[in-house]
Design a protein around this ligand. Sequence first.
Ligand code: FE2
Length: 324
Amino acid sequence: MVVLGIESSAHTLGIGIVDNGKILANERNMYKITDKGIIPSKVSDFHANNVRKTLEAALKSAKLSISEIDAIGYTKGPGIGSCLQIGYIAAKSISQRYKIPIFPVNHGVAHIEITKNIFKMKDPIALYVSGGNSQILALLDKPKKHYHIYGETFDIGIGNMLDSFAREAKLNPAWGSNVAKTAIGGKYIQMPYTVKGMDFTFTGLLTNAIESLKKNPTKDVAYSLQETAFAMLCEATERALFLTKKKEIILCGGVAQSQRLQQMLKIISKEHKTRFAVAPNEFNADNGAMIAIVAEKLFNSKVKIHESECTINQKYKIDEVLVA
Ligand code: FE2
């Protein structure tokens, strides 16, 4: 059972191939973001120009030909419309040309499922953190099996918050990962900390950090911002863990690559005698293998996908997805 997955929700075009849960290929081409941020039409042009090259690279590393693919998955959403459209059209074309089934996949579900797949986890609490998302999720059986959102950001995603700070602090490149590098050796400055139950907000913290740059060294502000934001995420996750009594925690999404966040969540897991897992970075950055993993699960579950469901949805919410 060989399944191909295409991810194109933002600036990364990823194509992965899996065979019975084993990852055979995971190729990526990334649009380089300038200081103007993501320009959707430019990114979708990039994906359109690179889809053939990325597909060929994935087939080459899996040592397969396209006619050996049994099913195909693509990212239905959430994401940037014009970018999602490229992955969708590519998947639809391959599906029709080779008469293989096609499966629409939710991007967030894919981030969770690939981590569960790698570590053979069954029923974890997931802290899903990326540019636009910051959510605490776990499976619920009722009314139908779905990922319930136990907590989430009320305003912006943590990744976008860290990137915005990096731009204001004139860090180059202006990425959250550069905030982490700048924070090394910094001293803590008091910052606003907003957790309400299992939800949280980041804009007040961001505004405060930008203001603090006027009177404090960038290193200290970067350190304090990161420590405060991650502590908020960890407190909310710990509360969800306590409520649900789950025995597994996973950290996933682009910001899951942060070593400091991994370290903080690991401490909580240890205190609660809970298993902790975070996938290698290539599977937390956007990638095609995670889409292929979910498409394969959908194929094996024998769930019927109607043609009308094979569309794109820029606001495809994770808790709308029925988990097969
Ligand atoms: Fe992502």
